[in-house]
Design a protein around this ligand. Structure first.
Ligand code: GAF
Length: 381
């Protein structure tokens, strides 16, 4: 295809996400239950005739331009030469061309201009929002015809190989498949997704996000170590992934592995069960019934998976003491945000209590706000 004489233009967007429950289970082939939120990243696309791709954004002064034909030289080997935020959209363009075997000279060049209101570094997956918006836009303009699951996989590949973060598929699937007022119950082995009504508003509940302002990056340190411990645990137990264990296997696991590996395994195995229990409880009794599972999930991440930080623990403990139905840290950990399920009328009191507790502890003031389960990636204009 040669570039069109009249440039094509359009706007696509994709949301961030909150994970209701199911943390560090996705790369263990397990279960997760996230939902897309109303904060979105949008990309305005214009085609260009010179076979190049340019990315710019409202959240960085640095734009990057490269020939589409050179993306295969840049990723993954020379990715460090690209400013970090631009690795996400350029990585998606690279992964799309690679995965579909598309000749870069057969598609038009593009200008991609991003804007976003997804808080960065808060564990709300600003990265999946960039990936989802980019993948949706390029898939359509390059006429690649991939479905939403395939586009989510493209986003994960960009993140793993172009950015270098060894993350799972949850965030991309949540961002691609989100529905208003519903969560995405996802089997990360089969990638079968079920839309589950959350019914927060009907139950008089709000989902509060408490951004601790402690920033984190999954391309460094702790995330990869946790993933390696899980793989070690599965190998010791002789199973393809921790998904293949149940709580009944934990006694044997305890005998076979060192204490740290055991506690990592225990978190994942019990967390998978908590996801299944949360979905069943929600369907049978409504959202109030999942509070104790959110609480137990946090304790498991704090004590067994050891990915919480004092700010997250304080937010969770304070929200619960102020009357939250349940609370837990959300996302990959080591910073970011906690969530609390709170009665509508208690939102001001819980917010004030957490703000006061942070001030008393000498922590940076948190950013606390409610979120609404929202629609996934889409074309806006
Ligand atoms: C991050 C990762 F990107 C996800 O894949 C998931 O592993 C999550 O941490 C932890 O549940 O958001």
């Amino acid at each position: 295809m040669s570039a069109p004489a009249t440039p094509t233009a359009g706007t696509w967007s994709a949301p961030g996400r909150v994970n209701l429950i199911g943390e560090h289970t996705d790369y263990n082939d397990g279960f997760v239950f996230p939902f897309a939120i109303e904060f979105r990243t949008s990309v305005e696309l214009t085609t260009r005739a010179d076979g190049r791709i340019r990315v710019s954004s409202s959240f960085s002064d640095e734009s990057v331009e490269v020939a589409l034909a050179d993306l295969a030289d840049v990723f993954p080997a020379r990715r460090d030469e690209i400013v970090e935020w631009a690795r996400y959209p350029l990585g998606v363009a690279w992964a799309l061309l690679e995965a579909t075997g598309t000749d870069p000279s057969a598609v038009p060049g593009v200008d991609l201009a991003f804007r976003s209101d997804v808080p960065v570094g808060a564990g709300l997956s600003s990265s999946a929002a960039i990936e989802g918006a980019t993948a949706s836009a390029l898939d359509e303009v390059w006429a690649l015809g991939l479905d939403r699951v395939a586009l989510a996989k493209i986003g994960r590949r960009a993140e793993n190989e172009a950015v270098g973060a060894p993350t799972g598929i949850m965030d991309q699937m949540a961002s691609m498949l989100g529905r208003a007022d519903a969560g995405t119950f996802l089997d990360c082995r089969s990638l079968e997704a079920q839309v589950v009504d959350l019914g927060f508003a009907a139950a008089g509940l709000e989902l509060l996000v408490m951004d601790t302002k402690v920033t984190h990056a999954h391309s460094t340190g702790g995330y990869g170590e946790r993933r390696a411990a899980c793989e070690r645990g599965a190998e010791i137990m002789g199973v393809p992934a921790l998904r293949d264990l149940t709580v009944d296997d934990l006694a044997r696991a305890h005998e076979l592995m060192d204490d740290v590996t055991f506690r990592r395994v225990k978190h994942v195995v019990t967390e998978d069960q908590r996801v299944l229990d949360a979905v069943a409880s929600l369907r049978a009794e409504g959202p109030r019934a999942i509070g104790h599972l959110l609480d137990a999930s946090h304790v498991s991440m704090r004590d067994d998976f050891e990915i919480s930080v004092p700010e997250l623990d304080l937010a969770v403990d304070t929200a619960r003491a102020a009357g939250a139905v349940g609370a837990r840290m959300t996302g990959g950990g080591f910073g970011g945000a906690a969530i609390a399920l709170v009665d509508h009328d208690l939102v001001p009191a819980v917010t004030a209590a957490v703000e006061q507790a942070f001030a008393d502890a000498g922590f940076t003031a948190p950013h606390i706000f409610t979120v609404t389960p929202s629609e996934g990636a889409r074309r806006d204009a």
